[in-house]
Write a protein that binds this ligand. Structure first.
Ligand code: SAH
Length: 224
C-alpha cells in the first residue's frame, strides 16, 4: 500500500512552502531540496499533529520526544552529503522521517531507537512510504551497532554531553558524523571526521536544542 493520494494532494502546496523556507535558511542543494518534496513528512507523524507536518518546526511525536525541525535536517544532510555507496548509522529513529531521507541518498541505513513504540511506528511509516534499505533496532544507540560497522556516515539526532567513543570507533576511514554536544538545554553541532587514524572534531553552525541522548555513554535517565 502506497501513501494516500488524496492526503498527498492536500499537502503538496504546504510542502512547496516548506522547501522555500528551507532554502531561505541557507540550504540550496537541489538534490536535498527535491528529497523534501519526495518524502511526505505527514505519513511519519501521529494523526493529531499531521496538519503541522510542513511547518519548519519540531513537532511532538509522543513519549516526550520531538521530530526534528526539517531545515535543521536539511542542514545535516548538506554537511554530511551521503552518497549512493554509503552505509549510514542513525541514532534516534524517532518518527523515521530523516531515516527515509537518508534511505534515498545512501546504500543502506541502520537506525537505532530506544523507545520501542517509536521504532515500530517508524517501521510502519517507512513501509508505507516504500523504502526497503532501512534496518531498525530497538536499543541504546550510544554503543552504536557493531554488527554493521564501519559506517561512512553517522547521524545523531539527540543531544550528548560528549562524543561517544564507540561511535567514533565505528566510523569508516573517510567517515563523518554529526552530533549535538553540550548541556541538557543547549548544544553545539559537532562534525567528527576520521581519516586513517586521525580524528578531527569541529563545531558547525550555531546553537541547537535537541532532546537528550539517554544511554550508557551519554545522559542517564531521570537526571537533569
Ligand atoms: N530524527 C528524529 C529525531 C527524533 S528525537 C525525528 O525527526 O523524528 C531523538 C530520538 O532519539 C528520540 O526518539 C529518542 O527516543 C531517541 N534516543 C534518545 N536516546 C537514545 C539512545 N541512547 N539510543 C537510541 N535512541 C535514542
Amino acid at each position: 500500500m502506497g501513501p494516500d493520494p488524496l492526503a498527498d494532494a492536500r499537502y503538496a502546496g504546504y510542502r512547496r512552502k516548506l522547501i522555500e523556507e528551507i532554502r531561505a535558511r541557507g540550504v540550496d542543494d537541489l538534490e536535498i531540496l527535491q528529497l523534501f518534496d519526495r518524502v511526505q513528512r505527514h505519513i511519519f507523524l501521529p494523526d493529531g499533529v499531521q496538519p503541522r507536518a510542513y511547518e519548519d518546526a519540531p513537532v511532538p511525536i509522543g513519549f516526550s520526544q520531538t521530530a526534528s525541525q526539517p531545515s535543521l535536517q536539511a542542514h545535516y544532510l548538506s554537511i554530511l552529503q551521503p552518497t549512493p555507496d554509503d552505509v549510514v548509522l542513525e541514532i534516534g529513529t524517532g518518527c523515521g522521517f530523516l531515516t527515509a531521507l537518508l534511505c534515498l541518498m545512501a546504500d543502506r541505513v541502520y537506525s537505532v531507537e530506544r523507545i520501542r513504540e517509536l521504532s515500530q511506528r517508524a517501521r510502519r511509516a517507512l513501509d508505507e512510504f516504500g523504502v526497503k534499505n532501512a534496518a531498525l533496532l530497538v536499543g541504546d544507540g550510544t554503543i552504536g551497532w557493531k554488527k554493521y560497522a564501519p559506517f561512512d556516515v553517522i547521524v545523531v539526532s539527540a543531544a550528548s554531553p560528549s562524543v561517544p567513543q564507540a561511535l567514533v570507533d565505528q566510523l569508516s576511514d573517510g567517515g563523518r558524523m554529526l552530533i549535538p554536544v553540550g548541556a541538557r538545554d543547549v548544544q553545539e553541532l559537532m562534525l567528527v571526521q576520521k581519516t586513517g587514524f586521525a580524528v578531527t572534531q569541529e563545531p558547525v553552525g550555531g546553537a541547537v536544542t535537541f532532546v537528550p541522548l539517554l544511554g550508557r555513554f551519554a545522559w542517564t535517565e531521570g537526571k537533569g
